[in-house]
Ligand binder design. Structure first.
Ligand code: BF8
Length: 646
């Protein structure tokens, strides 16, 4: 393919809504109902006044949602259908599947999709390490050699040789995990023995990463199993392959290549965009691309190019989980979370939106076409009509990143001044709480954290994680729950778009300790940290797994015995379903704020919210009201404390 063909773009139209016909009062009310953040409100209002369509408009047009699809009793799985179980004499699909089977099969498919996405991302990170070690990825290097050696030890790799050799052996050993015939994954052994035994005895110990996903796809084919319970157990096993396999590998090797996060200050919200600079947002998930963009933007040749078009410099800003990756390692400012992705464009000052994959609205090029923004896609897995396609891989990454930046710089003079709105005042945030940086902050051990929990100054920990979902006012679930939890002296750890919600609201500042209960407040004040800790991207939920596993080992108990829980108040993604499942499988109960599509099978609901507790000592709750969900989480933590005799 020639360079010209490479950047040939399909033209797409600007999608408009009739919000121009609405009164200002009506628009104000909608803005209020749609989002919580001050800067998002300002830009959403402008977008609505301009009549440019957003995710909320499309959500409205889809209402009312199909009841059969919402509850999981519709099936598109084979060519005898489609089928919907509508009651009366329509209680089985053409193949004979009843509601339990249909729902459980759909749910396994959903979890496997999420596990596949995260694990495939992990694979690409390790492939980059392999290419680097073999001299084929010249722009990449090892940033955290200590971690490389520690991981090599974990994999029983000889560390007395050259770093490149260790890196190559580790990369090959990790890639082997995707199809290993050993029957188990190396990093699952991080769990305490008692927890590991539960996995083995209950049949959710993953055999290899790809195998669990492929087998899930096999099982959801018509006419394989017919017992809904087997589908749910396989969903757990596929999710564990992600949590203790693909995602964990992704986190660990991202740290090796790009640095293990350390505590630092940064800024968040749409106010991080700059009028005088070339603004480029990095959106998606994999740091293999975005780290190279950061490297390219720092080059004097790129800075000079920017100055030549009248800009003061290049302003890189993050979005979604790519943003979280950059935030925690480089302190790159974050423009917003999932539902902000269109609003970054509609500020009118974004020269380029660079994407890799996952969580990217396919209509971003349409949104961009209403302004001057160029959307640039980079992954052969994720070509998007209307975007410029510049393929980035480990071998060509720096050169391609320079080309992308050049396109952004050349686009700077094309802004339409009448369409510009940058809200003022970014919010400051303290981020970068990896397990390693928490340990360092505590003087080299996690024991002081365990002691604070045992002593009751901190009652327990909850991971509030996950996405935004237009079914819920943006960030409302995250903020309400997090505030309620810290008030009760429960430390909140966060990843993904949930963490950006809290960062935008100032909850990741040490001064937010004033909102915490007296115990947590005194701990935060003495350490100078916020009561809500940013632990990274969605892949980095594995940091939380590692943290809980280490605390459990220190306490000499199973993971399920600790006073901890998880929550995803605004989740939307299949990846979030996989994350929730691997937490529950690991013994950490999870509160969901959005009902999965399982209500069509009361037996499935019962199994996930009650039945599995007898096996994993953990379960799901589904509670849309974040206040009620907090009460459930808090009671759960107190119950766990009591069981430990605390
Ligand atoms: O990767 S970016 S919307 S899926 S939380 Fe959710 Fe946000 Fe997507 Fe997780 Ni992260």
């Amino acid at each position: 393919m020639t360079q010209q063909e490479n950047i040939e773009v399909i033209s797409v139209e600007c999608l408009r809504v009739r919000s121009k016909d609405q009164t200002t009062e009506q628009i104000d009310q909608k803005v209020e109902d749609r989002t919580s953040d001050r800067t998002s409100k300002a830009v959403l209002k402008k977008t609505m006044l301009e009549g440019v369509e957003t995710v909320w408009d499309r959500f409205e047009k889809q209402q009312p949602a199909c009841r059969y699809c919402s509850t999981g009793v519709s099936c598109q799985r084979c060519a005898m259908g489609p089928c919907r179980l509508m009651g009366g004499d329509r209680v089985r699909g053409v193949c004979g599947a009843d509601a339990d089977l249909m729902v459980a099969r759909n749910f396994l498919d959903f979890i496997a999709m999420g596990a596949a996405s995260h694990s495939d991302h992990g694979r690409e990170v390790v492939e980059t390490l392999l290419k680097m070690s073999q001299g084929q990825a010249p722009a990449y290097s090892i940033t955290d050699e200590k971690k490389l050696r520690r991981l090599a030890d974990e994999y029983s790799i000889d560390t007395s040789t050259k770093v490149d050799v260790i890196a190559e052996k580790l990369a090959l050993a990790m890639l082997d995990e995707f199809g290993t015939t050993k029957g188990e994954l190396q990093m699952a052994k991080r769990a305490p023995q008692g927890t590991y035994d539960i996995w083995k005895n209950s049949g959710i110990l993953p055999r290899s990463i790809d195998r669990e996903i492929v087998e899930s796809m096999h099982r959801v084919h018509m006419g394989v199993g017919a017992d809904y319970r087997d589908f749910l157990v396989q969903g757990m096993r596929a999710s564990m392959a992600d949590g203790w396999g693909g995602s964990m590998i992704g986190t660990e090797i991202s740290d090796v290549l790009f640095g293990t996060p350390s505590i630092k200050k940064t800024r968040v919200n749409l106010g991080v965009l700059k009028k005088e600079e070339v603004n480029v947002s990095l959106h998606g998930h994999n740091p293999v691309l975005s780290e190279m963009m950061v490297k390219a933007a720092a080059l004097p040749e790129m800075q000079n190019k920017a100055k030549a078009v009248g800009a003061k410099g290049i302003n890189l800003v993050g979005l979604c989980c790519t943003g979280n990756e950059l935030l925690q390692r480089r302190g790159i400012p974050q423009a917003g979370n999932h539902l902000d992705q269109e609003l970054v464009i509609t500020t009118g000052v974004l020269e380029a939106m660079v994407v890799d994959y996952q969580c990217i609205f396919p209509t971003l090029p349409n949104t961009a076409s209403c302004y001057h923004t160029k959307v640039i896609s980079t992954s052969p897995k994720a070509r998007i009509p209307g975007s410029f396609y510049i393929e980035v891989n480990p071998t060509n990454a720096l050169e391609q990143s320079k080309q992308i930046l050049t396109m952004a710089i050349e686009n700077f003079p094309n802004r339409a001044p009448e369409k510009i709105l940058i809200p003022d005042m970014p919010m400051e945030a303290m981020v970068g709480f990896s397990v390693e940086s928490i340990r360092d902050a505590l003087g080299g051990s996690l024991k002081p954290l365990l002691d604070l929990i045992l002593a009751g100054k901190i009652r327990g920990c909850v991971g509030v994680v996950g996405c935004n979902n237009p079914k819920i006012k943006q960030d409302y679930g995250h903020l309400t729950m997090t505030r309620e939890l810290i008030k009760r002296d429960i430390l909140v750890v966060q990843t993904g778009c949930a963490s950006i919600a809290c960062a935008k609201a100032g909850l990741m500042l040490p001064s937010a300790a004033s909102e915490a209960g007296s115990g947590l407040k005194s701990v935060c004040e003495s350490l100078g940290i916020p009561p809500v800790l940013h632990m990274g991207s969605c892949v980095d939920n594995t940091r939380i797994l590692t943290l809980v596993a280490e605390l459990a080992r220190l306490a000499g108990v199973r993971m399920d015995q600790l006073p901890v829980a998880g929550a995803a108040p605004e989740w939307y993604s299949p990846k979030a379903a996989a994350i929730g499942s691997y937490f529950v499988g690991s013994g950490v109960s999870v509160a969901l704020g959005v009902m999965p599509k399982i209500e069509g099978s009361p037996r499935t609901v019962k199994m996930l919210t009650e039945g599995i507790e007898g096996v994993f000592n953990a379960k799901f709750w589904v509670e849309p009201d974040p206040r009620k969900a907090t009460a459930i989480l808090s009671d759960h933590i107190e119950m766990k404390r009591k069981a430990l005799g605390l």
